[in-house]
Design a protein around this ligand. Structure first.
Ligand code: UDP
Length: 328
């Protein structure tokens, strides 16, 4: 197969490119590099089955030749980024998804949308099955991402119903691992980088809010299986092991540096209080479930950030503060 991955220089996009290449497929990787990083695909420079195109998918997408699949992963994905880039976030989820679907239709290619657990917002149902419609504030600071992805799901479904495009939708839950940007701003990278630098871990709120963290190799395997399945409806891919943010801080302190403390900051507006995927569908339809424990996954992620630290590439990560939100 020859497939296009948008957001291919990003964290998940680059791992997916590796997954398709390792099975012998050809990959066209596209990215506008606003949050992507060419270093994530530097190891593919001499790979004849990989081609990189720098392009903003909110503009018409022109790819020469046959395409069998389009995986739409382009988007800022960290709350810090989408607060910084609200309009680009809305545009890539709406115009970018429309362009990527139009390309799939023109090429007769299967389309896979990278959606998110954020479509459930601050959920009133726990854990979250795919049948839950969510609790999203459209005009809150996170609305730019949540609503863009909800629109993207609606547009993907419309292309399936109206144009008969062969579509897949994955709802991705908090994923972590090597190639996350040290300055990404999300909790796993923030805590690890802060601990490595000997700084206090910035816990937002009292740390009682929960997340369920999925290691990147598990996430990519689930997405790969979904792409190759016949399932047109959304499927949650995430690890149902749930931790509070406070527990995560303790785990990272113990792994990296027991001497670093915790700095408490205000809980950001609309920060979901709980999140945990119901993965019954993925288990049943794809025979998939996560294999990597949080302890094991954190160890490899810490090793990755240590290697960046040895190259002098770590600085204090960005934090989300109410002041920063009010200023916008
Ligand atoms: N969080 C935190 N400190 C940080 C970054 C995030 O306490 O430095 C919290 C955040 O408030 C949220 C959870 O960690 O409750 C996960 O945040 P993240 O930005 O990683 O992803 P989200 O699931 O909110 O999109």
């Amino acid at each position: 197969m020859r497939i296009l991955i948008t957001g291919a220089a990003g964290f998940l996009g680059s791992h997916l490119a590796d997954r398709f290449l390792s099975d012998g497929h050809e990959v066209v990787g596209m990215d506008n590099l606003i949050t992507g990083n060419l270093e994530n695909i530097a190891h593919l420079a001499d790979e004849p089955r990989f081609e990189f195109v720098e392009h903003d998918v909110t503009q018409f997408i022109d790819v020469q030749g046959e395409l069998n699949g389009v995986l739409h992963f382009a988007s800022p994905a960290s709350p810090v980024d989408y607060l910084e880039l609200p309009i680009q976030t809305l545009k890539v989820g709406s115009l970018g998804t429309h362009n990527a679907l139009g390309l799939s239709l023109a090429k007769g290619a299967r389309f896979l949308l990278a959606s998110t657990s954020e479509v459930y917002g601050d959920p009133l149902v726990h854990p979250q099955p795919e049948s839950y419609w969510g609790n999203v504030n459209p005009i809150g600071p996170r609305g730019v991402y949540d609503e863009a992805k909800r629109f993207a799901e609606a547009m993907t479904t419309a292309y399936r119903r109206y144009h008969g495009v062969d579509t897949r939708t994955v709802r991705i839950f908090n994923t972590y691992g090597p190639r996350m940007r040290p300055g990404d701003g999300r909790v796993v990278s923030n805590f690890i980088v802060q601990a490595l630098l000997g700084h206090g871990l910035t816990v937002y709120g009292d740390g009682s809010q929960s997340r369920s963290f999925c290691y990147v190799s598990d996430e990519v395997e689930g997405i790969y299986r979904l792409f190759n399945s016949n399932e047109p409806h959304p499927v949650n891919i995430g690890n149902p092991d749930e931790y509070t943010v406070g527990q995560l801080a303790e785990l990272i302190q113990a792994l990296v540096n027991p001497d670093v403390g915790v700095t408490y900051l205000p809980l950001p507006t609309d920060d979901p209080k709980v999140r945990k995927p119901d993965i019954t569908r993925a288990r049943t339809l794809l025979g998939w479930e996560p294999l990597v424990s949080l302890d094991e996954g954190l160890r490899s992620t810490v090793a990755y950030f240590r290697s960046l630290q040895e190259r002098g590439a770590l600085k204090p990560p960005p934090v989300l503060t109410e002041d920063a939100e009010d200023a916008r």
